[in-house]
Write a new protein. Structure first.
Length: 121
């Protein structure tokens, strides 16, 4: 499948990290999603019911990132992938990238990110 819906640069305040400071103070987490699904029907019908409502997906992502504190952004990425594949049956697979550009690290860097790819079973 080569069709996809892409959402990039989603910014949500979360409390994820291994340090107490990250879990109490929090920071901006950025999320990118690439969701693979057929867009041919919706492209012809112009009906939202023939695709996925990505505004709902944005709210789902926000609930997860702003929700329960996790030590690892890998865990947050897995939770996002699982939620989307469970709730949006038209999506056959997806790539989730979580960026933590303000991670508390001792050396200067531009970004820390994890990227996962998951498919419907």
């Amino acid at each position: 499948m080569t069709d996809k819906i892409i959402l990039t640069g989603i910014e949500i305040y979360g409390h994820h990290g291994c340090t107490e400071e990250e879990q109490t103070r929090g920071q901006i987490i950025k999320v990118d999603l690439e969701m693979f699904l057929s867009l041919s029907k919706s492209g012809k019908t112009d009906e939202l019911s023939d695709t996925v409502d990505y505004s709902k997906i944005l709210f789902d992502v926000e609930k997860i990132v702003a929700g329960k504190s996790r030590k690892l952004i890998e865990t947050v990425a897995e939770e996002i992938a699982e939620k989307i594949l469970t709730d949006y049956e038209k999506i056959s697979s997806l790539k989730v990238t979580l960026h933590k550009p303000f991670a508390n690290l001792p050396i200067k860097y531009d970004d820390v990110a994890v990227e996962i790819f998951r498919e419907r079973k």
